[in-house]
Unconditional design. Structure first.
Length: 458
């Protein structure tokens, strides 16, 4: 019995000594089988291997500065050289490619450096890219060295070593032709954004709305609905993707009330843009970008809408032909004027501050404007009132520019045409483009669908 107690006491003492020794030790077992330097060398080797493994190269989404558009580059890495291709305004919008050197180096972690000058790429980090132009010493302010944050064979996430700007690369599909890639992404931009449509609307998932201007420039300006454009404008550059576009950063970037948006693609029907944050092109609940309602768009002063005179329907076509014949038969003091109508448009006469029907004559550089008042009815209803009393009646209870007055005086069929348009209420239907870029609209008599005309954004 005493021996058992003795043995137990000795065992307990041994355990206690071991516990004290353990608790006082200032060293831990090494959880890495390699040193930090060895691990860095292994990462460099692995990242270099992945860079060179994409059979058709990588597409890079590059941002130099938040106030400058994003740029697309294609890159094919091999050993210590890289072929870089791009097409943008700095290449005169022509496809160009150039070879240079690259290296994955150790610098507080793996860094991808493009270590010989490439005129297509380094100009964005060059403080004086155009030697014949006075420089501000900053240039675009971009990077040519990038900290490799996450590297896989499906995505490379980097940060500019100087700016911290997020840069992404994705492997290019093996069937993609490099030159056609740029043709396709610019066609994508043109299908999304029309510089003739001055304002688009972003609606976030929580219903908050922002107006968007300058979308076609690849540097958007966003203002909260009802906000002050001077103090509340956010500037967001974007880069094109094969499916849409991606902003330089999340927007809104400081919100806790809604999920921010960053990348947009066409919805499943291809009718408007939707944020991929909620499931890509199958999304139904994310942020969206659309043009204003058709009536609101038509009420804006900037767009010029050309009337397609070859696609008129019903009595509108008859009235237009009478107008054309009236111009052809017009005389002044018995002298034939030989006027030939070459086109008609709906626009804003900025000099006189009225919406106007513009009439162009063959051989003449100036148009005649017949003013009217636009009356919107809901999202898609419109009325043209050429006889509104607010038009400062000068000719036929309406008003016109000087050329327009001459037209009215010498071509009575013009008054008949305007009176006929005034007699109808129109329903607007988008028939060309989509809900972001509705560049062709049908105006249809709400009481008789056989009366119609089409307009096209100029």
């Amino acid at each position: 019995m005493n021996n058992a107690i003795k043995y137990l006491s000795l065992a307990a003492a041994a355990v206690a000594v071991a516990a004290v020794a353990s608790s006082c030790s200032r060293e831990e077992d090494d959880i890495w089988s390699q040193s930090a330097a060895e691990r860095l060398e292994a990462a460099k080797s692995e990242y270099h291997k992945i860079l060179c493994s994409a059979p058709n190269g990588w597409e890079m989404y590059y941002f130099a500065d938040g106030d400058e558009r994003g740029y697309n580059f294609l890159m094919k890495f091999a050993s210590d050289s890289v072929v870089i291709a791009t097409r943008n305004s700095n290449t005169s919008n022509a496809y160009a490619q150039e070879s240079s050197a690259f290296e994955v180096i150790a610098d507080d972690g793996p860094v991808l450096t493009f270590n010989t000058y490439n005129t297509l790429f380094h100009r964005y980090a060059d403080p004086q890219p155009d030697q014949d132009v006075e420089s501000d010493g900053v240039g675009s302010g971009g990077d040519y060295e990038f900290k490799l944050m996450e590297v896989t064979d499906t995505m490379i996430y980097m940060r500019g070593k100087k700016t911290g700007r997020e840069i992404y690369m994705y492997p290019l599909d093996s069937n993609t032709d490099w030159e056609q890639y740029f043709t396709d992404i610019y066609a994508m931009r043109d299908s999304m954004f029309n510089s003739s449509i001055p304002t688009l609307w972003l609606e976030l998932a929580d219903g908050v709305r922002y107006s968007i201007t300058d979308a076609a420039s690849q540097v958007m300006h966003l203002v909260p609905e009802g906000g002050d454009a001077i103090t509340q404008t956010s500037t967001l550059s974007y880069v094109l993707t094969p499916r849409g576009f991606r902003w330089i950063t999340d927007f809104p970037g400081d919100t806790v009330t809604t999920t921010p948006a960053r990348e947009f693609v066409w919805n499943a029907e291809g009718t408007y843009l939707v944020s991929t944050d909620f499931g890509g092109e199958d999304c139904t609940a994310g942020a969206t970008i659309k043009a204003p309602a058709l009536a609101d768009l038509f009420m804006e002063s900037e767009p010029v809408w050309s009337i397609d005179v070859n696609s008129l329907g019903g009595n509108i076509a008859v009235q237009y032909q009478n107008l054309v014949d009236g111009f052809a038969a017009a005389t002044n003091a018995g002298r034939p004027l030989n006027w030939v109508v070459s086109g008609m448009s709906l626009l804003y006469d900025a000099a006189n501050k009225y919406a106007a029907l513009g009439i162009s004559l063959k051989g003449s550089k100036s148009q005649g404007y017949i003013h009217y008042v636009r009356v919107a009815d809901g999202d898609a209803g419109m009325k043209f009132d050429f006889n509104d009393s607010s038009l400062d009646g000068v000719i036929f209870t309406g008003s016109a520019s000087q050329n327009g007055r001459t037209f009215v005086q010498l071509v009575p069929e013009l008054t008949e045409f305007c009176d006929y348009l005034s007699s109808m209420d129109f329903t607007m239907l988008a028939v060309g483009g989509n809900e972001v870029n509705p560049h062709r609209i049908r105006f249809e008599n709400s009481s008789n669908s056989n009366d119609y005309f089409y307009v096209e954004l100029q």
